[in-house]
Design a protein around this ligand. Structure first.
Ligand SMILES: [Zn+2]
Ligand SMILES: [Zn+2]
Length: 300
């Protein structure tokens, strides 16, 4: 029964994004879409992913509830469910047991199917580290149980503030785009992109998904070293979630930010050098064929 409700609600919200065509276009509505998409993306990545699943930093209890609430408004179920499954993703990365691997269960199941029917790989039990450590925190357990409250309150607020256009551009459309921005990390980032590290999974770095999922697209980096508070390991790798964590640390709302260890940077450099040496043409390859032939027939 719950599976059916989940299925119907998910597809109803996805389809509701089409209502943008029923609203006269305005750039202010695009700004509203961006605010709703990217703010909730920060909630998911900062709280659900880097904090609950990976413990990449510590944060103030009120800030934790705020970001967990914002993340839950993304309609991607509760923080314990989300982060608990994510721990299993890393544990079994692209092997049997990974809840959403395009290699194991195909692209549709890895993108959406698993989310709508988690019974197949549902291993979030009491021993899961996320459930074990955070289900005893009353406000987090409440959010996980009443996960419908944040999205419904957002939808209601949008409608009350700006009527039908705000409901569509501030809730329906960004909820759809954020779902795919998040799910793309599970599919696109295990299929398309570059591999800085030679990890045992198929994780890849992809700047496009990094943009729409506020830094999560540096997924090969992340699979190599999950504990870091940043997924963009270099300044040129856009990682808005990391900037927010640093801003929170600057005002005392976050602390114990886990860095990328020096050995990981050295490993990246070693892989880069190894690949560069494999690519460099040898002196023999560099000699033009015609020159070799003309030397062959040179009179002695
Ligand atoms: Zn992954
Ligand atoms: Zn992760």
């Amino acid at each position: 029964m719950i599976q059916t409700i989940c299925f119907v609600v998910f597809w109803a919200v996805q389809a509701s994004a089409l209502l943008v065509f029923a609203v006269p276009f305005a750039w202010s509505l695009v700004a509203l879409w961006a605010a709703s998409h990217f703010l909730r993306a920060i909630g998911l990545t900062l709280a659900f992913h880097r904090y609950f699943a990976h413990r990449a930093f510590q944060m103030h209890r009120a800030a934790r509830f705020f970001w967990a609430y914002v993340g839950t408004a993304a309609m991607q179920k509760g923080p314990l469910w989300w982060a608990g499954h994510h721990v299993n993703h890393h544990r079994f990365a692209d092997r049997e047991g990974d809840p959403h691997s395009p290699m194991v269960s195909g692209i549709y199941y890895a993108h959406i199917g698993w989310f709508l029917n988690d019974a197949r790989h549902d291993r979030v039990g009491p021993n899961n580290p996320v459930v074990r450590d955070f289900s005893t925190v009353p406000e987090i357990a409440w959010l996980d149980r009443y996960m419908a409250v944040p999205p419904i309150s957002l939808a209601a607020a949008m409608y009350l503030l700006g009527g039908f256009p705000w409901l569509v551009w501030g809730f329906c459309l960004p909820t759809m785009t954020l779902a795919h921005a998040t799910f793309a990390i599970n599919t696109v980032n295990h299929l398309f992109g570059s591999r800085r590290f030679e990890t045992h999974d198929e994780s890849r770095n992809n700047p496009v998904t990094a943009f729409f999922a506020v830094g999560e697209g540096w997924h090969n980096n992340h699979h190599r070293y999950q504990r870091a508070a940043r997924n963009g390991f270099y300044w040129w790798e856009l990682d808005p979630t990391w900037y927010v964590i640093r801003a929170m640390a600057a005002v005392g709302l976050a602390w114990d930010l886990q860095p990328v260890p020096r050995r990981i940077y050295e490993e990246a450099e070693a892989v880069r050098r190894k690949r560069a040496s494999m690519r460099a043409p040898s002196i023999v390859d560099a000699v033009p064929l015609a020159l070799e032939l003309s030397e062959d027939v040179e009179p002695v």
